[in-house]
Design a protein around this ligand. Structure first.
Ligand code: SAM
Length: 472
């Protein structure tokens, strides 16, 4: 029985409801009248239901598809402007007791180098990341109650926040670790984490169980209900995602939106972010072994349809994707990207020799952070190192109200410019710096309020003189 407000995974992600949604979408994929009615609703920018969005995803009418991409771009502009938030993953440990078939960390993989950072190594990694210019991290770890218990994760978070190298500072630590208990989520909240991220991998229960044959992650309901427990533990910024390629993308798309609807209905606040990873080649993993891989066109359409369906939810794309692919989808709704990423344990301060590969997957975008920052600016985007919202208590529904009030341009836009200025002063190459300085001069003019503009100008001068960490 489908019930978005239920706390039971199989009721808020109802298999029957997804199947009905998919056949409804298929039946109407050439229904111009319905497609235009849905687009009309989408233009109000208050989102769409999973069923409506699924019709658009399946739609084969070229004119409608053009309008989907145009509207996604418009929504992106209106809610997120041209800012792109920057982050990097930090792999703490690849010890794992699970048997996930797509992940090289799986227990039976005996040829991957197993590593777990000591606190001294965490410090070194953080210094390396700070020296690149990062302010926001997503920490990653395999699931292993003996090697990576919650106490270890908490200790690492404490270490990360304690490191201040030169002008460096990690101001927001997001956490991507396995589903856990309410008590542990409360501990993560108390440790000052930003978003708790957990990818569903697949919403299809039968496939999920096959893809996770052994280990605690095998339990579909425990995994799917994790965000409810995280919210119960006080974390109100949660990040959803599926690993595209494992199951039929249309199924995952509907499941993802149903999960977002569930969080709204049951917890009063939707997901803070949605990630869109695709399965990649990795040690012991051949992505071709999964027969649901999606091409770049379908990928772009999924992103555009998510943007239209959940306008207030940020969207993240990682270095799993190539420069060309990232460039294309930035327009349609991506608001956060990683740069200069290493997916190996300890990979930032000590790049690995090939034979001791501990990486989780191959990255496609191997550019440095400086190159990514410069490329974004040349494309008209503002790379933002802002972490103000959660430090000012604007999480969960308070962040959503900021979005809804239209005040983002007076708040996020100046914060982006000020944190970019810090980056240019402390870490940028000469070329990036000159592109960035010109961009800041242009973009100050796009702050609507005169008094905010004035404050920003004063603060930019102070940043050039060495002061740091201003925020609205
Ligand atoms: N261990 C935690 C868990 O079970 O959720 C999370 C950390 S894991 C390091 C982060 C994510 O990487 C996984 O949720 C999965 O979606 C993704 N991943 C695993 N293997 C991958 C592969 N071969 N290609 C792309 N992404 C992969």
């Amino acid at each position: 029985m489908y019930n978005p407000a239920s706390k039971k995974a199989e009721e808020f992600i109802s298999h029957e409801e997804i199947l009905e949604t998919l056949s409804y979408a298929q039946a109407h994929k050439n229904d111009e009248q319905l497609a235009y009615a849905i687009l009309e609703k989408a233009r109000a920018k208050k989102g769409l239901s999973h069923r409506e969005a699924s019709v658009l995803l399946d739609c084969e009418i070229p004119k409608v598809n053009e309008e989907i991409f145009r509207l996604a771009n418009e929504i992106k502009q209106e809610f997120y402007g041209n800012r792109i938030v920057m982050f990097a993953p930090l792999y703490l440990s690849n010890y794992c007791v699970n048997g996930c078939l797509y992940c090289p960390y799986h227990l039976k993989n005996k040829h991957i180098a197993r590593k777990k950072l000591t606190q001294e190594e965490v410090r070194k990694e953080v210094i390396a990341l700070q020296d690149m210019g990062h302010k926001r991290l997503a920490i990653e770890a395999g699931e292993d109650p003996v090697n990576n218990p919650i106490e270890y994760i908490l200790e690492c978070i404490k270490t990360i926040y304690s490191v201040h190298h030169k002008n460096g500072d990690i101001r927001r630590v997001n956490v991507n670790i396995a589903a856990t208990t309410v008590e542990n989520y409360r501990k993560l909240k108390d440790a000052g984490i930003g978003t708790y991220i957990l990818f569903q991998e697949t919403y299809h229960k039968e496939s999920y169980e096959k893809l996770h044959p052994t280990g605690p992650k095998h339990d579909y309901c425990y995994h799917t209900e994790a965000m409810d427990r995280a919210m119960e533990g006080g974390i109100d910024d949660v990040g959803l995602g599926v690993l595209f390629g494992l199951e039929m993308y249309r199924y995952e798309f509907a499941g993802l939106l149903m999960h977002a609807e569930h969080l709204e209905a049951a917890c009063g606040v939707g997901p803070h972010t949605i990630s869109v990873p695709r399965v990649k080649r990795a040690d012991d993993i051949d992505p071709d072994a999964f027969d649901n891989g999606i091409d770049d066109d379908t990928f772009a359409k999924i992103i555009a349809c998510i943007r239209i369906a959940v306008p207030y939810t940020g969207m993240i794309i990682s270095t799993r994707e190539s420069k060309a692919c990232r460039e294309r989808v930035l327009k349609y709704g991506i608001s956060q990207i990683s740069g200069g990423s290493k997916t190996s344990v300890g990979g930032y301060y000590e790049p690995e020799e090939e034979e001791e590969n501990s990486a989780q997957f191959d990255v496609s975008d191997t550019r440095t952070l400086d190159e990514v920052v410069c490329w974004l600016m040349e494309g008209g985007y503002i790379p933002s190192f802002c972490t103000a919202c959660y430090r000012e208590g604007r999480t969960g529904d308070r962040f959503m109200s900021l979005c809804k009030s239209g005040q983002i341009q007076n708040c996020c836009h100046p914060n982006a410019l000020m944190t970019l200025k810090e980056y240019l002063e402390d870490y940028a190459s000469e070329k990036t710096r000159s592109v960035g300085e010109a961009l800041i001069v242009r973009e100050i003019e796009n702050i609507p309020k005169e008094n905010v503009k004035e404050i920003v100008r004063e603060r930019l001068v102070k940043i050039a003189q060495g002061e740091r960490d201003f925020r609205f």
